[in-house]
Design a protein around this ligand. Sequence first.
Ligand SMILES: Cc1ncc(COP(=O)(O)O)c(C=O)c1O
Length: 341
Amino acid sequence: MKIDLRSDTVTKPTEEMLRAMAEAEVGDDVYREDPTANRLETIAAEILGKEAALFVTSGTQGNQVAVLTHCVNGDEVIAEADSHIFYYEGGAMSALAGVQTRTLVGERGALRAEEVEKAIRGNNIHFPRTKLICLENTHNRAGGAVISVAQMKSVYNIAQKHGIPVHLDGARLFNAAVAQGVAVSELSAFADTVQICLSKGLSAPVGSILAGDRAFIEEARWWRKKLGGGLRQVGYLAAPGIIALTQMTGRLAEDHDRAQQLAKGLRQLSLQVEQVETNIVLVNTGSIGLTAVALLERLEEKGVLAVDFDEYVIRFTTHRHISDQHIKTVLEAVEQLLETV
Ligand SMILES: Cc1ncc(COP(=O)(O)O)c(C=O)c1O
């Protein structure tokens, strides 16, 4: 069996989740008659401190439904240059919502409030209208970087001043909350709408949540249906989502701890490792004269999987199926491999 550090998305549902799926009480959710989906949405809204929430099939669907609901064709969206919504969603913002993106380079993924304010368009016949500001927490391409409550607040204050909503891609928002020792609602308070993934470190097999005020979620429900996201007996998928939200968030600290162990061990082997704050470890392969792909091939031969993030950067992600022993085995494999380069 390979040690799979490609992503926390590889986590499989727990036994309890599988039982909850089999036993879920279901109905037709397009008629809003699925009690389990309704319960998941109520629980999610409460945890995130929002009026309402909607189950969506994926993080990408949640983010794109948010953009479609916030914007019309020709609007401009401000997003971090390496944000998932801009970098990894197949150009969906422009393809589906017809918006253009104004990217700003953040500091470890965090947008600077003063730069956001400068980028907001004034009232000029030549300009598009700035209609949305997107944040990401934790920030994936910045290596699972945590955006602090203060950073979130500073951007939100500027957004409020200009009457522009903030959407938070919180695919790993619980990692950000656990790492800072705050409630997740302390972070989502500084966004009008938030997307969280149930299917990453929280181990549910499918799904995300989009939360916001009631009127927004009603409109988002309509967009979700247009995208084919109106599911029928979706309670079978919502049931593990309830367990994800109510029982799986605390254990993320273990993933963070193992990411630190991995980073420490890799640094002891003289590898250049980025700052680690949550469950993602970025390693620069340039110093050993190998491209990311070349190192990944050698790692795979030794039974270890990770992903390339750039020509000379690989990403390891810890999750529920990675134990302390796995970290030791990975470090031994890297040590052996370095002897041959
Ligand atoms: C920060 C971030 N946002 C959104 C997504 C999209 O989630 P999904 O794969 O469920 O579409 C991901 C997935 O890796 C992500 O890392």
